[in-house]
Design a binder for this molecule. Sequence first.
Ligand SMILES: C[S@@+](CC[C@H](N)C(=O)[O-])C[C@H]1O[C@@H](n2cnc3c(N)ncnc32)[C@H](O)[C@@H]1O
Length: 286
Amino acid sequence: MNFQSFLFRLKRLIIPVLRNPLLLFKIFNIKKILKALKSLSNIQVSFKDLKKDYQITTLFKTFEKISLISDINLNKNNFLIKETKIDDLEKKYLNNDNCEKLKNLFNQYGSDKTKSLLVYVYFEIFNNFNINSLFEIGLGTNNISVRSNMGLDGKPGASLRAFRDYLGINVYGADVDKSILFEEKHIQTFFVDQLNIETIKNIKSLIPKVDLIIDDGLHQPDANLNVILNLLDHLNSNGILVIEDIEPSFVDIFQIIEKIYNKSENFKSSLINMKNGYCLVIQKIK
Ligand SMILES: C[S@@+](CC[C@H](N)C(=O)[O-])C[C@H]1O[C@@H](n2cnc3c(N)ncnc32)[C@H](O)[C@@H]1O
């Protein structure tokens, strides 16, 4: 290359840069470097690494919105129990002699179903439906190291005895605490762990289909869903499943479950506000 030719090429490079100095950035690709630097300050934190409280609130808000979707086309007259506040059922049966009888039986045997006002839910069910057999998860252990225990003064089998005496029927019960299982007149009990689906399914080979299933066991939504998903088919036609003592923090989950079952032709459902929590009732129509 001769000198003249070199000068010519240099001029060709310099003149455009003099006209537009930004071209210099192109050479070093500074824009890309700046972009990379900027992205460094904007690192995404994955949802699972956020604070646990925030994660839970977000999930519940999501449930609320799903619940709004399921409101569309909901048949609002389909509820199994119309009173969705326990106060209304309490008013309805406050001075009813038969309801007093049931209350006294729960108290006499040591169940807390009168104190928790659940007695009104059962009285409403017994008044309106034929309950000839019953299965309850949760006998009421007095072993304080087992979750959902009834304290040292707990009387295992209390509610089963009250139901048996009031209805005069065969009742079946089950519990995770093997040491409190028992058998007596018209009562048989079995082992179940609500967190172990196989033990729930196994119940179906031990007892006949029943008219009423009660979940008064662990009181945790995944355990409740194990019961719903695996025992609803062990109800007779028009049979009813009751999930007791739902904590207020889980209400969104159970509102959705209630709506899903109300949308189905084969079920009716009601979520009852119990003051300190909720109680879900599902009836199998077919
Ligand atoms: C509140 S007590 C039941 C009270 C009784 N139904 C009454 O009204 O007298 C709850 C029972 O659930 C049982 N339980 C706890 N976890 C369980 C689980 N994973 N599966 C089955 N039962 C469970 C406890 O052992 C306890 O006996």
